[in-house]
Design a protein around this ligand. Structure first.
Ligand code: NAD
Ligand code: MG
Length: 383
């Protein structure tokens, strides 16, 4: 049976890889909706190639080519409300959430509210609003299937046992481009340095998050929500080769892992075809080329992000929203070269220190905490 698929964020790194997967299995998917932030031309090309009826562009300013060039009969939605209208109109079986940042939250929430299954790449939506999304999904029957490589690995490994048999999760991390750099070298790190990821090719925000290890901090919180495991039973293990995508240690002493080449098309495909496994388009591991796999503990002195992520997880309530939003605002400044690399974690810590978390927040309180944290980043840097 063909599955009706929507891809939110189709012009990004995950979105394009997902379309590669779909193109390799033309009999299995109907792409019924695509969305982009600003890149109207790319969105139009994708819509033509995959014969898509509904498209949405978040940025109204760039809508012009869509209204004049979209094939007749195409439904064009715009603005942040347009993303939600696209999901509502699509009658999708599965929505891949591949928007970057908390901007992906409203459309993720609407998908879950409608009881539609989610292939979840947009980890920020869970970090901000996991306390709302997870119970809502249980109520509506929407399944959250992880796309993040580590979470896909954990999801697959968890199939070896029962929830009460899990001792801990070992979340692997490449360590990013600064894994072997000294504190002094990291002080001098530039934007170009931070954008050189050793093993994965990804969008700019997550690449910078990998350099600070904020990505791993966000992933601890993501794993906590997806798998219902407390953050203090999720340990980070640095594994520079990015072959072991994560592991689950069970109470009997067995550790189960999922391995693969560092190619997002594998976990994306698994999320799209779950529970089936089908031929994959990514390279398989060539064991003649691998002589050793290395593991080391993370260094929280050089990478304070991990400690901050654990603090946000322990505080709960609005702390995740503040942690995420402060990081997004700091990374945006770093991308404009208006902030130094090491200042990202410093400003996030300062904003977190200024925040008194509200427990059991409503969605409005989470959105207000997000907006507050973004303003507070500006305020911290102004003083
Ligand atoms: P990207 O920057 O390459 O793409 C982001 C997509 O979101 C683009 O289509 C862009 O147009 C759209 N977008 C950006 N801002 C938007 C806004 N305000 N409103 C609506 N749409 C907007 O990012 P990416 O690397 O593909 O990452 C997407 C998500 O997947 C992130 O949450 C990231 O953490 C997660 N993820 C990515 C990878 C990876 O390999 N790239 C791996 C694991 C998880
Ligand atoms: Mg990941």
């Amino acid at each position: 049976m063909r599955r009706r698929l929507v891809i939110l964020g189709s012009t990004g790194s995950i979105g394009k890889s997902a379309l590669d997967v779909v193109a390799s299995r033309p009999d299995e998917f109907d792409v019924v909706g695509l969305s982009a932030g600003t890149r109207a031309q790319t969105l139009l090309e994708q819509a033509r190639e995959f014969n898509v009826d509904c498209i949405a562009l978040a940025d109204e300013q760039h809508r012009e080519p869509l209204t004049t060039q979209a094939p007749p009969g195409t439904h064009v939605f715009t603005g942040s409300a347009g993303l939600i209208e696209l999901v509502e109109a699509s009658q999708a079986d599965l929505v891949l959430t591949a928007i970057v940042g908390a901007a992906g939250l409203p459309s993720t929430l609407r998908t879950v509210e409608l009881g539609i299954d989610v292939a979840l790449a947009n980890k920020e939506s869970l970090v901000v609003a996991g306390d709302i999304i997870i119970p809502l999904a249980a109520e509506t029957g929407s399944r959250l299937i992880p796309v993040d490589s580590e979470h896909s690995a954990i999801f697959q490994s968890l199939q070896s046992g029962r929830a009460e048999e899990v001792r801990r999760i070992l979340l692997t991390a490449s360590g990013g481009p600064f894994r072997t750099w000294t504190t002094e070298q990291i002080q001098q790190a530039t934007l170009a340095d931070a954008l050189q990821h050793p093993t994965w090719t990804m969008g700019p925000k997550i690449t910078i998050d990998s350099a600070t290890m904020m990505n791993k901090a966000l992933e601890i919180i993501e794993a906590h929500y997806l798998f219902g495991i407390p953050a203090n039973r999720i340990d980070v293990l640095v594994h520079p080769e990015s072959i072991v995508h994560s592991m689950v240690e069970f109470i009997d002493g067995s550790t189960v892992a999922q391995l693969g080449t560092p190619d997002m098309r594998t976990p994306i495909q698994y999320a799209l075809t779950y529970p089936e496994r089908v031929d994959g388009i990514a390279d398989h591991i060539d064991w003649t080329q691998i002589s050793r796999l290395n593991f080391e503990l993370p260094d929280e002195t050089r990478f304070p992000a991990l400690r901050l992520g654990r603090q946000a997880a322990a505080q709960g309530g609005t702390a995740g929203a503040v942690f995420n939003a402060a990081n997004e605002a700091a990374v945006a400044r770093f991308q404009r070269e208006a902030l130094r690399f090491v200042e990202i974690a410093q400003v996030v810590e300062e904003v977190m220190d200024r925040h008194a978390p509200t427990l059991h927040p409503s969605l409005d309180e989470l959105l207000a905490a997000d907006a507050w944290a973004r303003d507070e980043v500006a305020a911290c840097l102004a003083t």
